[in-house]
Structure formats: structure tokens, C-alpha cells
Design a protein around this ligand. Structure first.
Ligand code: 13P
Ligand code: SF4
Length: 309
């Protein structure tokens, strides 16, 4: 493993590359990354980097976002088949139809969407700023929110306004049940439950804190509490134990594992840097239409952040 890490570091230097890794990535990938973070924090990094090559350790929509924001950089996605189970091309047609039926409505799209959906959106959001994004829109206008209905419900509650929600969702977070959380609480009495807003509303009611992955890590770090139940994808446990070595963390359920996020390996990162493939390139026509929605999103403050390793 040390040889391959040395090879990656050398190739990274030669290629003037930066490695960005989502906190759901395998531990050994988070270890070699220059920056780890949530979708929002990594988008900020991708937009601001002066590296020539962005190695995106995450899933396709994240690499597409990086390419839309930094088209003059080469964006590599080492795990070329890493998709998001919430991401479906069907949304593109649905959004087109919804816009035709309601031409006055604004479209908010979660970053977990194809670039073609971002191109039809007024603004994007991530889990860290969904409520702030919705709150930034005029109250008199209808808002179509795609594709995560659970995140949409959460934004509705925070902002006290109704959204026209597409009925999509993350199957990983959607697996978590009320029984799972009750069981975890019974096993770890006194532990605080920190949960991602992609979880279902009835499960979310049992949480002590709701936020994006970075929000969860920041909360655990600042909290006086010593023990937490974590209700999001298991990869975040690495960042939590790195940042809070003396605190105790328990995953709410072993079902919280996204196979797509685990498709990146050190070998794939090395090969991507060596061959400068697989690249992610969003067609220019779509890129030009989608960049404004992402830039507007970046201007709305959420709670996201990135940590430099
Ligand atoms: P964030 O917390 O990074 O917004 O991510 C949620 C997610 O599921 C990314 O795939
Ligand atoms: Fe998509 Fe859910 Fe996996 Fe995130 S955790 S990449 S939303 S399937």
C-alpha cells in the first residue's frame, strides 16, 4: 500500500493535480485526499482550485459539477461507473414537462442530478444549504424541488412554505427505519442522534441534529456530548474519529452503505493519474446553461466546509 501511495503522490505532483474526496469514500482514499468534505464544500474547492487536474473521488454528479465550475481543468473520475442511485435521467423529461405546465415556477435542483437538469434549473442546492436556497427565493413564486422528496420536506419545514416535490430519494438513507434508530438509542442510551436530511421524515423526527455530512462532523466536534449515533453513510465515521478521537460514534444501522461511493480504490486513483482517464466532460452547450444555477448555489451560505488534510 505504501508503494502505491508514493506513486500517487509523485503522479499528483507531476500532473499538478488535486485530490478531492467525499466523506463517504473508503478510508484509504480519504487519507490520501488533499481535501475531504461534503458536496457543497467539494464544489467550492473545485471552483477555486488552481490545480490543473481535479481527481474526483466520489460519484459522477460530483465530477460533473467540478467540470461545470472549472471547465479549464481536467476532471478525472477514477471510479468511472460510480453513479448515484437517486440520479436518474427520467428527471430531465419530468422537469421539462413541469416547466411547460408551470412556466412561472422556479426550479431548485439538488446537486445529485444530471447536468441536463441543472441546465433547466434556476438554482441548485446541496443538503447543507437546501433550506437557505429555498428561503432565498421570492415567496410568491411556486418552487419545483427535484429530485429528493425527503430533503424537500425538510426544506419545507425549515422555511414554512410548500414546494412541488419530485418523489425521488436516496435508497441508502431511505433504508433507515424508526425501529433502527430506536434500537440504536436503546443500545447507547444518552447518545445524541445526528442525521442526514435525506432520511425519511418520520425517522428524522427522532434526530437531535439534522445536517449535511460536514454539518454532522462540525456538530459532533463542537458538542459537549461524548457519544453519538450517526445516521448517514458509514464513510463519515472516518472523518468523525479523525476529528474527535476521544468521542464515541455508533452507526445507526449497518445498512447505511453506498456501494457506489466504495468503488474508488487506490489503484484506480493511480491509474487515472497515470493515463489521465477516465475524464468527465460536460458538453459545452449544457455546461453553459448549468453553470449559473451552480454559481447561484455557491453564493448562498450553508453550513458546509471542507477540511484540508
Ligand atoms: P452531502 O452531505 O455531501 O450533501 O451528501 C449527501 C450525499 O448523499 C452525497 O451523495
Ligand atoms: Fe446517491 Fe445516496 Fe449514494 Fe449519496 S449516498 S451517492 S445520494 S445513493
Amino acid at each position: 500500500m505504501e508503494d502505491i501511495i508514493e506513486e500517487i503522490m509523485e503522479l499528483k505532483r507531476q500532473r499538478k493535480a488535486v485530490i478531492l474526496a467525499h466523506v463517504y469514500q473508503p478510508e484509504e482514499i480519504q487519507e490520501i485526499a488533499d481535501f475531504t468534505g461534503d458536496s457543497f464544500g467539494l464544489s467550492q474547492q473545485a471552483a477555486a482550485t488552481d490545480a490543473e487536474v481535479i481527481v474526483f473521488c466520489g460519484v459522477r454528479f460530483m465530477a460533473e459539477t467540478a467540470n461545470i465550475l472549472s471547465p479549464d481543468k481536467i476532471t478525472l473520475l477514477p471510479a468511472v461507473d460510480a453513479g448515484c442511485q437517486m440520479f436518474t435521467d427520467a428527471i430531465t423529461g419530468e422537469v421539462r414537462r413541469a416547466k411547460a405546465e408551470r412556466p412561472e415556477a422556479l426550479v431548485v435542483s439538488y446537486v445529485n442530478t444530471p447536468a441536463a437538469v441543472k441546465a433547466m434549473s434556476d438554482i441548485c442546492c446541496t443538503s447543507s444549504n437546501a433550506a437557505a436556497v429555498v428561503a432565498s427565493l421570492p415567496r410568491e413564486q411556486e418552487v419545483i424541488f427535484v429530485p429528493d422528496a425527503n430533503l424537500g420536506f425538510w426544506a419545507e419545514e425549515q422555511c414554512g412554505r410548500e414546494l412541488l416535490k419530485w418523489q425521488g430519494g436516496c435508497p441508502i438513507h431511505g433504508r433507515l427505519t424508526v425501529e433502527d434508530v430506536r434500537r440504536a438509542r436503546a443500545e447507547h442510551p444518552g447518545a445524541l442522534v445526528l442525521m442526514h436530511p435525506e432520511c425519511r421524515p418520520e425517522v428524522r423526527e427522532l434526530a437531535d441534529y439534522i445536517g449535511s455530512t460536514t454539518g454532522i462532523v462540525n456538530f459532533a466536534q463542537k458538542s459537549q456530548a461524548e457519544e453519538f449515533i450517526i445516521a448517514t453513510e458509514e464513510g463519515v465515521m472516518y472523518e468523525l474519529t479523525e476529528r474527535c478521537p476521544s468521542k464515541k460514534f455508533h452507526l445507526a444501522s449497518r445498512k447505511l452503505l453506498c456501494v457506489n461511493m466504495k468503488k474508488t480504490s487506490l489503484e484506480k486513483v493511480r491509474d487515472a493519474l497515470k493515463n489521465m482517464e477516465p475524464r468527465v466532460v460536460v458538453p459545452e452547450e449544457i455546461r453553459l446553461k448549468s453553470v449559473a444555477a451552480l454559481e447561484k448555489m455557491l453564493a448562498v451560505k450553508g453550513e458546509a466546509a471542507c477540511s484540508a488534510i
